[in-house]
Design a protein around this ligand. Structure first.
Ligand code: SF4
Length: 372
């Protein structure tokens, strides 16, 4: 697999109540300078062969088509872009229109990822999203009419006042919209967000862990019945429509992250860019290297191989571990694997180790214990 390219576009009209991503509300006066800085940062990777491009954010669809065009043109000038590249752009239903979608498609974007989250207006309001149900449905229809045949939709569970039924209604409707991919995430209340504070002050009626687990398991069943294969803990795809870019993250294929707070895995080194716009501009201007450089030692690579590989339904290949590290995975992690196998959270068969659905439901604690 060739290297992937991630470009972070940290601009949003307003901040959602649960968001702790690196994004800036209403700072569109900085877009022009930011695009220039992105192109300058890309200069450092001239000639690199890539076959996936992912425009993430933030809300990339709040940038004009001229800015998106300048970024993609800049990528093509600097990178050796495979002609069959997957080019994804994240979009928000509140900032999409038929004309915009047609222009973006013309620029070469061939996959859109739409942040729907819920098809219930009360749940969207609680999240502080800018769109409503009608806009969400319209945006998907417009993307289809613009000719996009690879559409992903995000949905969320574990929302305040969300019931098992209201979540499954969203899942059912989304699964029947003729789209190709669904990302289904649990809401996490990150400290510092308005929603976290509301919860600490007892203002939110959260569904609770037990209910969340039931939502997740039912969503897996529902999506599977509708022809979406679960290929990663939070991701479901129709045949042939896995996110080629995101699979690189889980398979530890090299990727380059460009922009504020973007992370890279490049030549077995992980590094991250600065998290503020000012520091990012400074870094690019001075031509310094990014921050947080971590050269991975062998144990780090083994740990990553395990916890990233186990996110995928196909799990990890025992022979591949041996080939990469010259060691038997059971000699290195045998006790932990046995422990979770006894708990029916892992299985080991036909040369692969996988998480069961029960294991996927508590995957975070399993990954934490693998890393210790
Ligand atoms: S649209 Fe996404 S990135 Fe922007 S504020 Fe909302 S959750 Fe955060």
């Amino acid at each position: 697999m060739k290297t992937g390219l991630y470009i972070h576009l940290p601009f949003c009209r307003q901040r959602c109540r649960y968001c702790d991503f690196t994004t800036f509300a209403d700072q569109y006066d900085k877009v022009e300078a930011y695009v220039k800085a992105l192109l300058q940062e890309m200069d450092g990777y001239r000639g690199e062969a890539i076959d996936t491009i992912y425009l993430g954010g933030g809300t990339p669809s709040t940038l004009t088509e001229a800015h998106i065009g300048a970024i993609l043109e800049g990528v093509r000038e600097r990178f050796d872009v495979d002609k069959d590249s997957e080019i994804t752009m994240e979009m928000n239903p509140s900032s999409m229109s038929p004309d915009y979608l047609a222009a973006i498609r013309e620029l070469g974007v061939n996959r859109v990822s739409i942040g729907v989250q819920s098809l219930h207006d009360s749940e969207l309001t609680a999240l502080g999203r800018l769109h409503d149900r009608a806009q969400a449905l319209k945006s998907i229809q417009w993307a289809q009419e613009a000719g996009f045949s690879n559409i992903s939709v995000d949905v969320m569970f574990g929302l305040p006042d969300q019931t098992f039924d209201s979540f499954l209604e969203t899942c059912y409707e989304v699964a029947n919209l003729g789209i190709q991919h669904i990302s289904c995430y649990a809401l996490t209340l990150e400290s510092g967000t308005p929603m976290y504070k509301d919860n600490m002050n007892g203002k939110l009626n959260m569904p609770g862990e037990e209910a969340e687990r039931a939502m997740f398991e039912s969503a897996v069943e529902l999506f599977t019945q509708h022809g979406f294969q679960m290929y990663e803990i939070s991701n479901f795809a129709k045949q042939g429509y896995r996110s080629r870019h995101n699979v690189k993250y889980w398979k530890r294929v090299s990727y380059i992250g460009i922009g504020v707070a973007a992370h890279s895995l490049y030549h077995e080194t992980r590094y991250g860019n600065p998290e503020t716009m000012e520091e990012y501009f400074k870094m690019v201007k001075e031509g310094r290297n990014p921050f947080d450089i971590v050269e991975l030692d062998e144990r780090d690579m083994q740990n990553e191989f395990l916890f990233l590989g186990l996110r995928m339904n196909e799990g990890i290949d025992v022979a591949e571990f041996k080939e990469k590290f010259g060691k038997d995975i059971f000699d290195e992690f045998g006790k932990t694997i046995q422990w979770y196998t006894n708990l029916k959270m892992m299985t080991s068969s036909a040369g692969r180790i996988r998480l069961t659905l029960k294991g996927m439901n508590v995957s975070n604690s399993i990954f934490t214990s693998l890393y210790n």
